[in-house]
Design a protein around this ligand. Structure first.
Ligand code: LMR
Length: 396
């Protein structure tokens, strides 16, 4: 049977990670996969995570199943974290949340839910978007369309083109937005732009489907949550998918969630039963360990304060590295303006160089990035910034 299959090319992001691991050069630099790295190039376990993990190990007395919707404490804490404790949608019982295996698992549950509610559903994704959005959502059966988002020449959001596209959509169309730290461009919507989108979505009856994988890594928890909170307040139906991979550094534990904001309490109950039923049909139950860690951190004041400090330190460092890279490039090369990198947010920005230049960076200089020229800012540090800037300028 399997002779009908053909070998596929490597994954656009994880394939580069493999190439990096195979490179024996001691000076190699990884700016590819979206994983936070500290000054020494390590991806540390957060202190808050380690402490919560120790508490769990000391007190856990069974490995029996938890529930289809996962850890109830985690789900409630994630709702409060994303929407804010006194959000009207939470107060009105309009939100139902299911823990998922990472953000990807959450996207998959949401996709199946859309198709169940609306057979043949299509979703509009930004051009560009996270490279795995398209294969993941298509595999679940959705039809995808693209809306203009990032102007690669001007290095900014093409907001007029985006609005013009949304103005033409029919009521009930689903639009995937990035809550903050747009992956791959780093170009985030301003508050005014979120306000304008909320007005348009309300008027045209569009449904926001928000990928919220980088909460806390842009400008701050409340700042990054502006769009999600606004949409959930203004619109009758919103779907938000979160990930704890980056902000809690729990990558391999696969922790995420999908929250459905519904028209009212009864609709929320129906949404929960369907999301749970979908989850049961795909993977039965999410893994517990990472979610138990997040629940422990967010429900314990000391650990929560510690985590706020840790996520704040990652965020501040990312923003400093953005400026560092811009400065290093400007010192070496005045003809090209890279200052947009310092205005963008989160882990990523596009360098805006050609595929040929990207391959040269990899093969001649051992500097790895995704083939769209997306760089992971966290891969830059005080000791490699000069090398990175030299290499980029050498291939320009
Ligand atoms: C990324 O965009 O690099 C991360 O989200 C990791 C992944 O799974 O692609």
């Amino acid at each position: 049977m399997f002779e009908t299959l053909e070998e596929l090319p490597q994954d656009a992001i994880l394939g580069i990670m493999t190439l990096f691991r195979e490179d024996q050069d001691p000076g190699k630099i990884d700016l590819s996969v979206g994983v936070y790295q500290d000054e020494d190039g390590n991806t540390p376990i957060l202190d808050s995570v380690r402490r919560a993990e120790q508490q769990i190990i000391a007190s856990q007395n069974t490995k029996s199943y938890v529930a289809i919707a996962g850890n109830a404490g985690f789900n409630a804490q994630m709702e409060t974290l994303m929407f804010g404790a006194d959000h009207p949608a939470l107060r009105d019982g309009r939100v139902s949340t299911v823990q998922s295996p990472g953000g990807s698992g959450g996207l998959c549950v949401a996709a199946h839910l859309f198709l169940r509610a609306k057979p043949g559903a299509r979703v509009w994704i930004s051009d560009p978007s996270w490279p795995n959005h398209s294969p993941l959502l298509k595999l679940a059966g959705l039809t995808l369309e693209q809306y203009p988002y990032y102007d690669r020449e001007k290095h900014r959001i093409d907001f007029d083109a985006m609005l013009a596209t949304f103005e033409k959509l029919d009521s009930g169309e689903i639009v995937l937005l990035h809550g903050c730290c747009h992956n791959p461009s780093g170009a985030d919507l301003s508050r005014d732009q979120w306000d304008a989108l909320a007005e348009l979505f309300e008027r045209r009856g569009l449904i926001p489907f928000i990928d919220f994988a980088y909460l806390g890594l842009g400008d701050g928890i409340d700042e990054d949550a502006y769009g999600v909170r606004l949409m959930a307040e203004r619109l009758p139906e919103v779907v938000v998918v979160s990930s704890c991979s980056k902000n809690f550094g729990l990558y391999r534990e696969r922790v995420g969630s999908v929250s459905i904001v519904s028209t009212g309490k009864t609709a929320a109950k129906i949404a929960l039963s369907n999301a749970s039923n979908v989850a049961r049909g795909i993977y039965s139950m999410p893994p517990d360990h990472g979610a138990a860690i997040v629940a422990e951190i967010l429900s314990n004041e000391k650990l929560r304060t510690l985590w706020h400090g840790e996520v704040g330190a990652m965020r501040n460092r990312l923003n400093l590295l953005r400026q560092l890279l811009v400065d290093k490039l400007a010192e070496r090369h005045q003809e090209r303006d890279f200052s947009f990198i310092a205005r963008e947010r989160g882990m990523f920005s596009f360098l805006g160089i050609s595929r040929e230049q990207i391959v040269r960076l990899r093969e001649e200089f051992h500097v790895y990035m995704v083939e769209s020229s997306r760089i992971n800012i966290a891969g830059v540090n005080q000791s490699n910034a000069d090398t990175i800037a030299d290499a980029i300028v050498a291939v320009l």
